[in-house]
Write a protein that binds this ligand. Structure first.
Ligand code: GLN
Length: 497
């Protein structure tokens, strides 16, 4: 087996070979590191590599494999988004304000995967503080889509999605506040899952909007995503919003197929403004396959969809303005310590450390929360949030899961939306409802439009990860569409490199 083959494996395949002893955890890591050295100058998925960590973890995995007591992810190479704290590893949320910050502890979700034997390759690029849909808001550099280097990978977890798509990691972790796992998964042609709010502990996640944020996996198969999710889920005394429900329940009935299931297609999502004809055609084809597999496709409605975007862009900035108050030049990272007084210290540090989009959100959020406007904006947005949640409750009376496109468009060329924040915000119309309502959702590859990946989104009821995974897996199997590893050519995008 060549090292190229090793970077195309799924967890299932790799685990089989590792347990047979035909490859070692070190072989697997080496193959991935070589692939990163060969490709990442083009893709730019990684911000930093963690050699000390992977050497230690691969050695330990190999020892456990030899001793025959290997945990489920022993030797599996993983990439971690730059918003998840890893003890001793620089973690910066894609921002200059956290430059040099080395957390004194590891996020629970990450620690659980380490305990399960995963081997960390490095830290992946993202939009600053996870605010964005293209990874262009990273304060470092934009990540490129491995399917076309002139296009974005989506965001904010674009580095994590691109790493898995390019064979630069077998799995990765991202976070999803309004779509930041599902949308980049769709644009990069991989599987990405956002769990129910509370399924996965947020301890050690650098918070963006605490009532919306969830951590979830990227993978190249639904099986892999399901396994990783089951291992990182469950109660954590360090996050009071984490649920007691056992992580393994995400696998309940998982392989049962869709026969007899009712799959709801919300008309507001199906005909959403700006949906590209090629994306719609891919979704139509997916619905046909699901019907052929025995699912009943039912018409449902989410009547408050039109207000979702506005509500999200009040609530998320409001929470971010409060969460980001802690970055003041005193406790973490960047500090303009030569400032003449403390007010100047705060002002200069934040002016220098935060990028344009983060400052815009902090200002919007502060405004929305200010005493004169609280009722008009924040309170109103919370009421809309309740209406959206009720829309989903009513829809789930009529169906077991909701299916739609994940993103109305395929990956767009780098630079085309950066000057127009509203057009960037529109990337999330089909995903952020799931966050406002706290629901689980998965994006699974569903073919291409104009040669670029399209994602099928499956949303489930609260705690219905198993339903999402079951539909996604049945679709993956029946469609025979796989997340294929992309090898971008040296120079340019499709057709020109
Ligand atoms: N694109 C959305 C935003 O900018 C969602 C980001 C996310 O899910 N982290 O807020």
């Amino acid at each position: 087996m060549t090292s190229g083959d090793l970077t195309e494996l799924t967890i299932k395949e790799a685990t089989h070979l590792l347990r047979l002893g035909s490859i070692s955890a070190s072989d697997l890591v080496t193959a991935h590191v070589e692939r990163i050295e060969q490709l990442d100058a083009r893709v730019k998925a990684y911000l930093r590599m963690t050699q000390e960590v992977w050497e230690r973890q691969a050695e330990e995995a190999d020892r456990k494999l030899r001793d025959g007591d290997a945990p489920p992810l022993a030797g599996i190479p993983i990439a971690i988004k730059d918003v998840l704290c890893v003890k001793g590893v620089e973690t910066t949320a894609g921002s200059q304000i956290l430059r040099g910050f080395k957390p004194p502890y590891t996020a629970t979700a990450v620690q659980r995967l380490f305990d399960a034997g995963a081997v960390m390759l490095g830290v992946t690029n993202c939009d600053e503080f996870a605010m964005g849909s293209s990874t262009e808001n990273s304060s470092y550099f934009p990540t490129r889509n491995p399917h076309d280097l002139l296009r974005v990978p989506g965001g904010s977890s674009g580095g994590s999605a691109a790493a898995v798509a390019a064979g630069e990691a077998m799995i990765s972790l991202g976070t999803d506040t309004g779509g930041s796992i599902r949308q980049p998964a769709a644009l990069c042609g991989v599987v990405g899952m956002k769990p129910t709010y509370g399924r996965v502990s947020r301890y050690g996640l650098i918070a963006f909007a605490s009532s919306l944020d969830q951590i979830g996996p990227f993978a190249r198969s639904v099986d892999d995503a399901a396994l990783v999710l089951s291992l990182m889920s469950g109660l954590d005394p360090l996050d009071a919003t984490s649920s007691q429900r056992p992580g393994m329940e995400v696998l309940n009935n998982y392989g049962a197929g869709v026969k007899g299931m009712r799959l709801g297609v919300p008309r507001e999502y199906y005909d959403v403004e700006g949906i590209e004809p090629g994306v719609k055609a891919a979704i139509d084809a997916a619905l046909l396959i699901l019907r052929r597999e025995g699912a009943e496709i039912v018409d449902v409605s989410l009547p408050h969809t039109d207000y979702g975007l506005a509500a999200y862009y009040i609530i998320a900035p409001a929470e971010c303005s409060s969460n980001l108050a802690r970055f003041d030049g005193v406790k973490y990272g960047l500090s303009e310590e030569d400032s003449p007084n403390v007010t100047e210290l705060y002002t200069q540090t934040r002016r220098k450390g935060f990028g344009t989009e983060v400052r815009r959100r902090v200002m919007l959020g502060t405004y929305a929360l200010s005493s004169g406007y609280y009722d008009a904006y924040y309170l109103k947005a919370q009421k809309v949030r309740t209406l959206i949640k009720r829309d989903f409750d009513a829809a789930f009376e009529k169906c077991d899961a909701i299916v739609s496109a994940t993103s109305p468009t395929v990956a767009f060329p780098i630079g085309t939306k950066t000057q127009d924040p509203l057009s960037m915000y529109l990337c999330d119309v089909l995903t952020l409802g799931g966050n406002l309502a706290g629901l689980p959702g998965i994006s699974v590859p569903c073919g291409t439009s104009d040669g670029l990946p399209v994602g099928l989104q499956v949303l489930g009821p609260q705690w219905g990860e198993n339903v999402c995974l079951r539909v996604a897996r049945a679709y993956e199997e029946a469609s025979e569409i796989r997340a294929e590893v992309a090898t971008p050519s040296p120079l340019q995008g499709r057709g020109s490199g």
